[in-house]
Design a binder for this molecule. Structure first.
Ligand code: SF4
Length: 370
């Protein structure tokens, strides 16, 4: 038996050694991510915070380019706190869930105004900032300040629920999973409340992302495989248990793609609410059971438009709480047509610079045959 295999056998005889096995695996297999510090160093809290906010509901692959754009334009919290919300929303466009961008900006402004651009180094201090909930506070405290706390994301929930075969369904199982995950923190250094907590958390995140995947987990490569309850039962993929999903009621509406030469008619959504402050083409309300005729009656009043052209097909989009279907109508108006109150013309060529949510990108692409 090799010395490494012998060491592993020795360690796996006792589940109390899971934290050490996990850290040893992390030291060899950690993912290289743009916001991560080099081995042995603590990460920049600004980069941890930015990545954690961006990663909520989004994949590492999608976040990468946005993260690089943000840190090259705004390298720290002070720079971001001085930026305008419009600029931040524009840079965020395409990442979805725009309330995150608004919270990001609010948090940077609070850091700039009240903390000299410096992040508090405790969970409580971090939670007092706008847009930082329990998970993000724990992630920053552990990863950037080595506080002894375990942030539990979806990857960690999956690993823990399998490791301990947690039968309770999510979200009710969250407190139990949190408590079990905390047992995987490495030991504290004597007399020190700090530890390799950040590495323990990132090890579990990486294990969930690369080995303990939702489908076909690679258990033979897992450092905890000798001591995994779900693996022993052979039903790994059935964890975590989930309550049946309630999908929201389908909403319907109409969107109006109006061109004036090479320009498009747009408006800004109200600051509060879904897609707050983002740019959109004019449209009807989005409501369940909306009839096409009622939606069309909400078209903007434009001189010269007597008839709307209905595009074949519909645009579909799924928000967190409801799916949406939009019928798209188009019209082309003469060059001097004025925009109705609250609306404006923007060149189609500069649409990339607008804070357009994904649903509107789909609508415009459909309406303009892009
Ligand atoms: S042994 Fe398999 S199911 Fe268990 S934690 Fe490891 S990868 Fe996940």
């Amino acid at each position: 038996m090799s010395s490494r295999a012998a060491a592993k056998t020795k360690l796996t005889n006792d589940s109390a050694d899971r934290p050490a096995l996990l850290l040893a695996w992390y030291d060899r297999h950690r993912r290289r991510l743009p916001w991560r510090a080099a081995p042995g160093e603590l990460a920049d809290p600004y980069r941890v915070w930015l990545s954690e906010i961006m990663l909520q509901q989004t994949t590492v692959k999608a976040v990468g380019p946005y993260f690089e754009k943000f840190v090259s334009r705004w390298p720290d919290a002070t720079a971001l706190g001085r930026a305008s919300l419009d600029d931040v929303l524009r840079m965020w466009a395409g990442l979805g869930y725009y309330s995150r961008a608004r919270n990001l900006h609010a948090c940077a402004v609070a850091l700039f105004n009240d903390h000299g651009g410096v992040f508090p180094d405790t969970e409580d201090g971090l939670r007092a900032l706008p847009g930082i909930g329990p998970y993000t506070a724990a992630a920053i405290a552990a990863i950037a300040f080595d506080r002894r706390t375990m942030p539990v994301d979806g990857n960690i929930e999956r690993v823990i629920s399998r490791l301990y075969a947690v039968e309770e369904s999510l979200p009710q199982a969250k407190p139990r999973i949190q408590q079990l995950a905390t047992t995987l923190l490495g030991p504290s250094r004597a007399g020190d409340e700090k530890s390799r907590a950040g590495d323990s958390a990132q090890a579990l995140m990486d294990l969930g992302a690369t080995i303990c995947t939702p489908k076909k987990p690679a258990c033979s490569l897992c450092p905890l495989n000798d001591d995994c309850a779900a693996r022993a039962r052979g039903d790994q993929e059935t964890f975590p248990r989930k309550a049946p999903k309630k999908s929201g009621t389908l909403r319907r509406g109409a969107a109006f793609v109006v061109t004036r030469g090479g320009e498009l008619l747009v408006r800004s959504r109200p600051e509060k609410g879904l897609l707050g402050g983002m740019t959109e083409v004019p449209g009807s309300e989005w409501i369940a059971g909306q009839e096409d005729r009622a939606a069309l009656a909400q078209a903007p009043e434009l001189k010269g438009v007597t008839r709307w052209h209905r595009k074949a097909g519909i645009v579909t989009h799924v928000f967190t709480h409801f799916p949406l279907e939009l019928v798209v109508y188009t019209a082309n108006v003469p060059s001097r047509t004025r925009a109705p109150d609250g609306m404006r013309w923007v060149p189609v060529a500069t649409l990339d610079g607008e804070a357009l949510p994904n649903v509107m990108r789909k609508v415009i692409a459909h309406g303009l045959n892009l």
